[in-house]
Write a protein of this length. Sequence first.
Length: 223
Amino acid sequence: MSKVLLVDDDIEILEKVADFLSFERYTVDTVANGRDALEHLRVYKYDVIILDWHLPLISGVQVCRDFRAQGGSTPILMLTGKSDILDKEQGLDAGADDYLTKPFHVRELSARLRALLRRPGAVTGCLLKIGHLELDPAGYTVRADGTEVQLQPLEFALLEFFMRHPGQVFPPQALLDRVWSSGSDATVDSVRTCVKMLRKKIDLAGQESIIYTVHGVGYKLEG
């Protein structure tokens, strides 16, 4: 499950796109102005950004420029009613990776997101295999030693995140920022509980857990 920042001041579009992406199992954070977008990008990590051109307080183009100037490398899909090639050139030169002109169909937007996430260094949709685990993001299935395991959405999202970053240690707060919605009231205790439940479902009897606790630091997944 990829985490998306959706930025648009059109509440109807914001709600429609957020609902559709949530249905497609993305974790979606929404904001309606450029200042809040930059603040979210400063605090949280995202796999892809959907950014409207016309925003209150700070324009989408300026958000894009500032984010790139600060070293941000997350793929950006720019939304706009502008169709002139010079406007598109301005958006792409500001650091956007792709461009979608309004009005658009949510399925085209979703397809463009998948294309961005397939790029090197981004989240991919391929089958993930580590140790005795096999996770299919598209089919939303997990198998442990060949047996399908039923996971809750947050458990699935957390496992997918671990499997996309094997061997990397993540503190609980970092997992909250990357896996949970920024509007969630979850705490680090929520992370510990989710890890505990996940271990019960995916670990093999009599074997050490594939999710290691690095005491005083956080958690990592090892194959």
